[in-house]
Design a protein around this ligand. Structure first.
Ligand SMILES: Nc1ncnc2c1ncn2[C@@H]1O[C@H](COP(=O)(O)OP(=O)(O)OP(=O)(O)O)[C@@H](O)[C@H]1O
Length: 277
């Protein structure tokens, strides 16, 4: 679990994060969503320590990450896996060598053990047959899967993914989402995803933090979204007429069948997720 307590960050006289508190839960896919410039990337960079917060506290499983020196942070950092936007693979290395890279940098154990671990991870993301290929020889979706294999090779406790679906078609995106979700559950990882992808939001959003102008505007699950009355969230998620109609139809269906009680833990219809703090 990662806890953010009232974090603030500015650049010059521009305030970007204006006191954000949120919890990224273990064994869940936690999504950070919001329009361009709302502060999602800055928040994620603060969480991994690439940017220092001006105020507030970030805790990893109760340990105050913000108050640690570099040596203490190293221990936490070794438990973090990262999937970068565009996969960020080394073009001159094979798929296998790319996945081996974190093990060579931080891993212990023999070369044989490392090879075995790489093979396990490639098998897990269904890329066993691509081990000897170079990034230029594989598709965008395969590159993402190599990125995922590399991100999990050190058995991370926390996984950060920056726009994991960028540049992918909707079906491949869903496969990537499913894979990330499966791994999150399988290894009880605290996964944090920065995304614009509405399919991801609706399919994988166990826990969603919606950012608006540097503040947490809304928090809830993908199920809560259908019942939310938050105007800013609705304008963001259901941006088109088509999606607004789809939402209304879904709401009507869930209310009339009484299924809204199963879909959301809220006390009353129309009150989904409105817990801005
Ligand atoms: N190093 C920096 N120096 C100055 N301003 C910055 C810096 N990093 C980010 N910003 C500013 O912070 C604001 C929020 O940026 P951020 O990248 O977090 O947005 P975002 O929500 O991730 O947007 P997008 O969805 O487009 O990636 C922007 O106005 C950006 O220009």
């Amino acid at each position: 679990m990662i806890e953010l307590q009232d974090i603030k960050k500015g650049f010059g006289d521009k305030e970007i994060l204006k006191g954000v508190s949120a919890v990224m839960e273990s064994g869940k896919v936690n999504l950070i969503i919001g329009s361009s410039g709302s502060g999602k990337t800055v928040m994620m960079k603060c969480m991994v320590g690439l940017i220092e917060v001006d105020a507030g506290i970030i805790k990893y499983d109760g340990q105050n990450f913000s108050g640690m020196d570099n040596q203490q942070r190293k221990e936490i950092r070794q438990k973090i896996g990262m999937l970068f936007q565009g996969s960020a693979l080394f073009d001159s290395m094979t798929v296998e060598q790319n996945v081996m890279f974190p093990l060579d940098m931080f891993g212990t154990g023999s070369y044989r053990d490392k090879k075995k671990r790489v093979a396990e991870c490639l098998e897990r993301v269904n890329l066993k047959d691509a081990a000897k290929k170079f990034p230029a020889e594989i598709s965008g979706g395969m590159k993402k899967r190599v990125g995922i294999a590399r991100a999990i090779v050190l058995n991370p406790k926390y996984l950060f993914c920056d726009e994991p679906n960028s540049g992918l078609d909707p079906q491949t995106s869903l496969l990537i989402d499913q894979l990330i979700k499966e791994l999150t559950l399988e290894y009880n990882i605290t996964t944090v995803i920065n995304t614009h992808d509405m399919n991801t939001v609706m399919e994988s959003g166990d826990h969603i933090v919606y950012m608006y102008q540097g503040q947490k505007q809304w928090e809830g699950t993908n199920k809560d979204i259908v019942f939310s009355n938050d105007q800013l969230l609705n304008d963001f998620i259901f941006a088109s007429e088509f999606l607004r109609e789809a939402k209304e139809m879904r709401q009507t269906e869930l209310y009339s069948s009484g299924k809204w009680k199963e879909e959301t833990k809220r006390e009353a219809p129309g009150n989904g997720g409105e817990q801005k703090k």
